[in-house]
Design a protein around this ligand. Sequence first.
Ligand SMILES: Cc1ncc(COP(=O)(O)O)c(C=O)c1O
Length: 399
Amino acid sequence: MAKLSSRITSITSGGSDGWEVFYRARTMIAAGEDVTELTIGEHDVRTDDSILDAMHHSARGGHTGYALVPGVQALRQAVADRIQTRTGVPTGPENVMITPGGQSALFSAHMAVCAPGDTALFVDPYYATYPGTIRATSATPVSIQTRASDAFLPSAKEITKAAQTHNARSLLINSPNNPTGSVYPRENLEAIAQACVENDLWLISDEVYDTQIWQGEHISPRALPGMSDRTLVVGSLSKSHAMTGSRIGWIVGPKDAIQCLIDLATSTTYGVPGYIQDASLFALQQGDALEEKVAAPFRRRRALILDVLAEQNTVTAIPANGAMYTMLDIRATGLSGFDFAQALLTEHKIAVMPGESFGTSAAGHIRVALTVDDAKLSVSVRTLCQFAQKLAQDRTHAS
Ligand SMILES: Cc1ncc(COP(=O)(O)O)c(C=O)c1O
């Protein structure tokens, strides 16, 4: 084979990526074993029938040809209205481009603001695709480390330090956060915004979990003073409407940036299927009720987990104020998140993600996805806690 570009061969950094537990669980399931999967962020319900009916109706009505590259006007307008209503920032369709999912929006946003070789900052722990997405644009990813004791919130001081050391162009944040469940509070976002202004950084704000808030409020940093001209918001219907497979999302930002992003889409995706866009418009028109229906099981299960954790004191939770995950601290066992997850899978056939799969800041933690039914989740987390307690006791006796 002729040589491939260094850009594409370096998208993944190679070596162990911490996803071994996930792949091992999948292999066990394929072999017929009964494994409880608390690994990835996929709902345990499918897209609502009413949305599928709208999709069918649109496709049968002939909306199967090329759709407008930036998105159909009515959907751009609906996204703009939704964002303006929720944030108060004046937003029109010219500020919106429809994308094939939030992932494509993350890539496009970095393409828009980083030239090859520029540094793009992101926060550790992070959603697994972040560094690869940045490398795919030929920019250089640099992580901002965080601490469990600060609920994994990034400090503005460290952002400034990294921005100045690397002459960075952008910062990517994600609230509500995957993998930690943290919701960035206003003071933290204000400090981050100030660091962006002072260091002339673009802020790429991944808000795909904005409808999954269990405590506190979702604040979009685009609404903070001085930020609407330097923020690109990434949104999606994947999580809010259980539409992961429909690949539908958006970027919201300054009109001139959106214009350039449309040029990028014209030479890459050439837009999103019209029937998916029509179904998405229908979904948004249903308002909060449908979003709450999709979010409700996660809200309930997060409360269930906190109840189970209250029965013991070996495993503790990082305040999980949003998103469909809870990050648990298992350092009392003396094991790494990776070794704990491997042992839990071997002993109890429960699969969770090691914190180390999401960078280095969440070492000694595990992420539990709230994506199985309530009863199964309660039993699994109770088993997990008992397993951790036993490991912690064995450790005390051994020392
Ligand atoms: C933080 C975060 N951002 C973006 C995405 C991508 O979402 P989409 O399905 O819209 O591409 C995910 C998916 O899990 C995610 O967790």
